[in-house]
Write a protein that binds this ligand. Structure first.
Ligand code: MN
Length: 317
């Protein structure tokens, strides 16, 4: 553990009442990090609670302790610790609670991290925040089988199961060390990346069959209208991962997944191969992300949104 991370370890060691904060609309990485830290600190005899302003998606309910998440309260905690959150707004409604704590720390792996805690530790080249939390808890000697299973889930979630370019030799090395504990790695991978409910399967089937290709197949557009969610009893949160089926097609350089979340309001996911930068496209519409995966929100008529996205993609290829 380096000196900066040791400082975080010291802050955790000297506190007895700790609240661990996830970002709003939590993903597998932030949930796993918060639960791993809480379990490790509980094992060390401390009070540590995971806090999130939104519910844990059903797909992550398998993670040990997922039922223990609490909404932000009015109590000023001794130490507030944010995981996987690039700025205060990412904590959503939990931001106030975070700021009210006597001491505040954060660990994160977003390039865009704004130092919003008193002490921030960022490794932008970590594939998952769970990699950093592993170094922290391993250095503190607090990893047990259950903590290991959580951290493995976090890494598997954010690295796309070791497929994204963010995956490094260290990612694999940490995964190897976690697999030395008594964890069911194959089951964790299945639950994070493959498992589907029949409803989500129906949504995927419906939407993939309508995928539109433009520019000789260089651009693919998946569209999820509210009628699709209604017909399959699903929601925009269930579209996660489906865009991979479009960007993986030979010849496709840019893929969009456009989800109607409200009247004239769309959530857009962008994936690219080598010829275009996804964050560059998303940034043009006020969004952001990484070079191969990014997202933004857009308002307007569906046809206009598609026209703007196609133009943005063409301009950058
Ligand atoms: Mn993350």
């Amino acid at each position: 553990m380096n000196d900066k991370l040791q400082k975080i370890a010291d802050m955790l060691s000297s506190a007895k009442d700790i609240a661990v904060f996830c970002h709003t609309n939590p993903d597998g990485d932030t949930i796993a990090c918060a639960l791993a830290v809480c379990r490790a600190l509980n094992n060390a005899g401390k009070t540590a609670i995971p806090v999130c302003d939104s519910p844990v998606p059903e797909k992550y309910a398998f993670m040990e302790g997922a039922e223990s998440f609490t909404l932000p309260d009015k109590r000023a905690h001794e130490l507030a610790f944010a995981v996987d959150s690039s700025d205060l707004s990412r904590l959503g409604g939990a931001g106030k609670c975070f700021l009210s704590a006597k001491r505040r720390a954060a660990v994160d792996h977003h390039k865009s991290h704004e130092n919003f805690a008193q002490f921030d530790y960022v490794e932008a080249d970590a594939s998952a925040c769970a990699e950093i939390v592993f170094l922290l808890l391993d250095g503190m000697g607090l990893i047990d089988d259950r903590v290991a299973a959580l951290l493995f889930a976090g890494i598997v979630a954010d690295s796309g199961c070791f497929q994204y370019p963010s995956t490094t030799a260290r990612t694999h090395d940490i995964a190897r060390r976690l697999m030395a504990y008594d964890i069911d790695a194959a089951d964790i991978i299945y639950r994070v990346h493959r498992r589907l409910t029949p409803n989500v399967f129906a949504l995927k089937n419906r939407v993939l069959s309508r995928c539109k290709f433009y520019d000789d197949g260089a651009i693919a557009v998946l569209t999820f209208m509210r009628s699709d969610f209604e017909a399959t009893s699903t929601s925009p949160a269930d579209t996660e991962g489906m865009i991979a089926s479009a960007i993986d097609v030979d010849g496709v350089e840019v893929a969009f997944a456009v989800s109607e979340v409200a009247d004239k309001n769309f959530k857009v996911s962008v994936r690219t191969k080598e010829r275009a930068d996804a964050s560059d496209i998303a940034y043009a519409f006020g969004g952001g992300g990484h070079s191969r995966a990014a997202g933004c929100r857009m308002n307007g008529f569906y046809e206009d949104v598609i026209d703007k996205l196609l133009k943005a993609a063409r301009d950058r290829m």
